[in-house]
Write a protein that binds this ligand. Structure first.
Ligand code: SF4
Length: 367
């Protein structure tokens, strides 16, 4: 695994309205679909194996429902054709798209993991449990890997036993559990009225490695050397803007000139987040090599009652890898050189803005 690229589709339209959703909290509910500036073919070429330096793991996630835009399946196919492994986050309800996915070539589907967010309360309110689980079964039968995760909420607590037995009955195993954070607060605390200990005791019932690891590192400010920006990146799939991490530097637009190489630059010890809230992916893939973690496959896989697993053998082997297996850690001097490069770039930008300001000042004062 050469790189992990987290691709985001910024739009806020969804066919569900979950209480814990940050879109609902920020009252920015949308009605429109995103506009992709570049087509699927170009996106595929921009993310070629040559440009990324090797076979990589690509995650695709919308702020709203990822499978509402008609372009999403074509983009997934275009990336899979390169030979990469792809993960897709979805609420599992847009049946038409799962039919389209199931029609992709089998060798592509073998490298596709569909992460179903199990929004129990909304599915119950809409009477859509069958729609959801039938779609899970469709892609599983077609040869995809699957993983189900539930977002904890206080309103969900009375339904825990039902969610566990339903998931077991329909997929052969219990869903994983993520951790909900309060996006209205800059420190991103837990989204609950319970204490941390109570929260852990309540949601431990799912025996989810994903939940256990997320809680283990929850709220811990990362100060170690992080290879985000060099081994990983965050990509806006509608524009091509490529960042080191969610709050890292903007490196460049990688869809504009797809023939030129991508300059990857590590974030180092400058993580701007209060804590690594997607540590279950970034950290288990080894973005901070000095910290020992479980493997990413453990965050996603489940062993089913019939002996089968949610991940295909190929996907499991790939997600068992760490980024360090296909990358080399930087020496002290290389880290310093990246740091100097960043300082030079910053001082050039300051100089440029100073000249611009002085130019504007003189134009205003001296007519
Ligand atoms: S520690 Fe996590 S959030 Fe911070 S820069 Fe690294 S990957 Fe990004």
């Amino acid at each position: 695994m050469k790189r992990f690229i987290d691709c985001l589709i910024p739009f806020t339209t969804c066919n569900l309205q979950c209480d814990y959703c940050y879109i609902i909290h920020s009252k920015c509910w949308g009605q429109t679909l995103p506009v992709f500036r570049y087509d699927a073919d170009r996106i595929g070429h921009a993310l070629s194996i040559n440009r990324l330096g090797g076979i990589s793991l690509i995650n695709i996630c919308g702020d709203g429902e990822t499978l509402l835009p008609p372009e999403t399946v074509g983009i997934i196919h275009s990336i899979l054709k390169n030979g990469h492994y792809v993960m897709l986050v979805t609420n599992g309800t847009v049946t038409k798209r799962f039919t389209e996915i199931a029609e992709l070539p089998v060798d592509c589907l073998n490298r596709l993991l569909i992460k179903f967010s199990f929004h129990y309360l909304e599915l119950k309110r809409k009477d859509w449990f069958n729609v959801f689980f039938d779609n899970v079964q469709t892609v599983r039968n077609a040869g995809c890997s699957i993983s189900l995760e539930l977002t904890p909420s206080d309103e969900m607590i009375p339904h825990i036993e039902d969610a566990i037995s339903l998931c077991k009955k329909r997929t052969g195993a219990i869903c994983h559990v993520t951790v909900a954070r309060d996006e209205k607060n800059n420190l991103l605390p837990l989204l609950t009225h319970h204490s941390r200990t109570e929260y852990e005791n309540i949601w431990n019932k799912f025996q989810s490695d994903l939940f256990d690891f997320k809680m283990k590192v929850f709220g811990e400010k990362r100060r170690e050397y992080c290879y985000a920006g060099l081994w990983t990146g965050v990509l806006n799939l509608t524009t091509g803007e490529f960042r080191q991490c969610y709050r890292g530097d903007l490196l460049r637009n990688i869809f504009e000139d797809i023939e030129s190489p991508i300059q990857f630059v590590p974030i180092g010890c400058r993580c701007a987040e209060p804590y690594c809230y997607n540590a279950h992916a970034f950290m288990t893939l080894g973005i901070v090599p000095s910290i020992r973690t479980p493997r990413f496959s453990e965050m996603r896989n489940r062993l089913c009652d019939d002996g089968s697993e949610w991940l295909t053998p190929d996907m499991k082997t790939f997600l068992n890898r760490k980024l360090i297996d296909d990358n080399i850690e930087l020496s002290w001097i290389e880290k310093k050189l990246y740091e100097i490069g960043r300082l030079v770039k910053t001082s050039r930008m300051i100089h440029k803005s100073k000249s611009l300001l002085s130019h504007m000042y003189h134009k205003t004062i001296i007519p």
